[in-house]
Design a protein. Structure first.
Length: 168
């Protein structure tokens, strides 16, 4: 049973977390997460983190956080800024003239198309081509199948009846 002192500490810790978490400051820089619907950041907009599953992200304004897509591409247009990292799984990155990324740009299963006037402060990592997608997506399924086969083999081996010794 929890004592009342411990309950009040938990209450104040939870209150502190809610008040001072990044969600409390979402009014200044709203973050967006979309599934199958592209995200467009206008030239005068300033947003937080952007996450997109099965869609594209088009940036013409400022992103104060990170940009992440699964199965989509990211376009950073002229004079647009990203303060964090840009990570793309199964899509391409296009950085136009004057675009700035303060963090890293990582692309798995796609290409990085970068204008010479675009600035990336961090590292650029690209595992080009869509051939990477199939092994990366199938690897967990294959490992899970092997684990199930191992468990079945162990169970069958331990349940096998002992053979009687041959009489001489």
């Amino acid at each position: 049973m929890i004592r009342s002192g411990a309950r009040s500490i938990c209450f104040y810790a939870l209150l502190f977390w809610v008040v001072f978490s990044s969600a409390a400051f979402a009014k200044d820089n709203p973050s967006y997460t979309q599934l199958g619907r592209s995200i467009n950041v206008g030239p005068s907009e300033k947003v937080g983190d952007l996450t997109c599953f099965g869609c594209n992200i088009h940036i013409r304004g400022e992103v104060a956080g990170d940009v992440l897509t699964f199965g989509g591409s990211v376009t950073v247009e002229d004079q647009a800024q990203v303060a964090g990292d840009v990570s793309i799984f199964g899509g391409d990155a296009r950085l136009d003239r004057g675009a700035r990324v303060a963090g890293d740009v990582s692309v798995f299963g796609g290409q990085v198309r970068r204008d010479p006037q675009a600035a990336i402060a961090g590292d650029v990592t690209s595992f080009g081509g869509h051939g990477w997608l199939l092994p990366i997506l199938l690897m967990p399924i294959v490992l899970l199948g092997l684990l199930v086969a191992l468990v079945v083999w162990i169970v069958q081996r331990t349940r096998r009846p002992a053979l009687p010794a041959a009489a001489a």
